[in-house]
Design a protein around this ligand. Structure first.
Ligand code: PDD
Length: 278
C-alpha cells in the first residue's frame, strides 16, 4: 500500500496530476529513510532536514512532525514490515498541482506520497567496496536542499556507469564536493577529510553519524574542502548514505586507492556504525 495525497492506494492505482509541479518542475522535496529491523533509523534527523528543505524552497507544510511520524508507522504496519525486516521508506512532498507557470501559485496545496520497500543491507559490497569515476559537478548551487530536481545526479551517476564504475565522485573546479547520491570522505594519516556542510553538498545524515562516531572514538575529522590532488593521494576513500552506509571506494578511474582494498579506518568506522544501528 502507498500513501498518496491523503489516501491509501494499491501501487497500480496511484496517479499523478498532469500539472503536479513535482512532476513538471521537480518542484518538491523528499527523504529516503532506512528501516533496520522494523525501526526507522535517524527519523528525527530526516524530519528536521525535510522541514528545512521545505523552508528553503518556500513551501509551507500543513503536517505536524507527529502526523508524519504516525503516517510512517502506519505505512510500515500496512506493508507488514516487522522487527525482522530491513527496508527503506521514501517520502516525497510536491508543491502541488496548478496551471503551469514558473512562479509559485498562491493557492496551492502540497501533495504527499510515501511508500516502503523491503531492502537488505549491502553486506557484500560493504566488504568489497565500489569503484568510482571522477566527474565535474554539474548540479546547481543549492545542493543542501533535498529537492526532487535530480537530473544532475542522474547524469553523473550514469557517467560512472558508462565508465564501468559504480559511482561518481564530483568536483567543482577541482574541489571535491560529494558523490552522485552520497557524501565523500578521504582518510589521510588516520584523519578524516570531508567537504564542509554548505550549499555545495547535501548535509547527509549518515555523514553526520560518521563524524560523531569518529570524534567519539578518537579519529580526527576535518570538514574542509580538498582538491583532486589530495583525493589521489588519500590512503582510503569511502562514501556515506542512508542506503550505501559506509561504502569503501577502492579505485578512482581505474587507479587503486591505497592498496586497492577497503582500508583499516573505513573498516573500523563500519564496525562502529554496525554497533550503532543495532
Ligand atoms: N541520497 N548527497 C546526496 C547528493 C544525496 O542524494 C544523499 C542521499 C546523500 C547522503 O545523505 P544521507 O546520509 O542523509 O542519506 C548525500 C539518498 C539516499 C537518495 O537520493 O537515494
Amino acid at each position: 500500500m502507498l500513501y498518496v495525497d491523503g489516501k491509501w492506494v494499491e501501487e497500480g492505482q496511484a496517479a499523478v496530476h498532469p500539472e503536479d509541479r513535482g512532476y513538471n518542475f521537480g518542484d518538491g522535496i523528499y527523504e529516503v529513510v532506512r528501516i533496520y529491523k522494523g525501526r526507522m533509523y535517524q527519523w528525527d534527523a530526516h524530519l528536521t532536514r525535510l522541514f528545512r528543505s521545505a523552508r528553503e524552497i518556500k513551501l509551507e507544510l500543513p503536517w505536524s512532525l507527529e502526523s508524519l511520524t504516525d503516517l510512517a508507522q502506519e505505512l510500515m504496519a500496512k506493508n507488514n514490515i516487522t522487527d525482522q525486516d530491513d527496508a527503506t521508506l521514501y517520502l516525497q512532498i510536491s508543491r502541488g498541482a496548478a496551471p503551469r507557470v514558473h512562479d509559485i501559485p498562491s493557492a496551492i496545496t502540497p501533495v504527499i506520497m510515501a511508500f516502503v520497500r523491503p531492502k537488505a543491507r549491502p553486506v557484500d559490497d560493504l566488504k568489497k567496496g565500489w569503484t568510482a569515476s571522477l566527474v565535474e559537478d554539474i548540479r546547481w548551487l543549492r545542493c543542501d536542499i533535498k529537492t526532487l530536481n535530480l537530473l544532475g545526479a542522474v547524469l553523473v551517476k550514469q557517467y560512472a556507469k558508462d565508465k564501468g564504475a559504480q559511482d561518481s565522485i564530483l568536483h567543482r573546479d577541482g574541489i571535491i564536493t560529494e558523490c552522485s547520491s552520497s557524501n565523500l570522505f578521504a582518510v589521510k594519516d588516520g584523519a578524516l577529510y570531508t567537504h564542509p556542510a554548505d550549499h555545495l553538498i547535501l548535509h547527509g545524515i549518515t555523514r553526520q553519524v560518521v563524524i560523531d562516531l569518529a570524534q567519539a572514538n578518537g579519529i580526527a575529522v576535518h570538514e574542509k574542502p580538498f582538491d583532486i590532488a589530495f583525493l589521489k593521494q588519500a590512503d582510503e576513500l569511502f562514501l556515506t548514505s542512508t542506503t550505501a552506509e559506509i561504502m569503501p571506494l577502492i579505485s578512482v578511474d581505474g587507479e587503486a586507492v591505497g592498496n586497492g582494498q577497503p582500508g583499516s579506518v573505513t573498516s573500523r568506522l563500519q564496525a562502529l556504525f554496525e554497533q550503532h544501528i543495532h
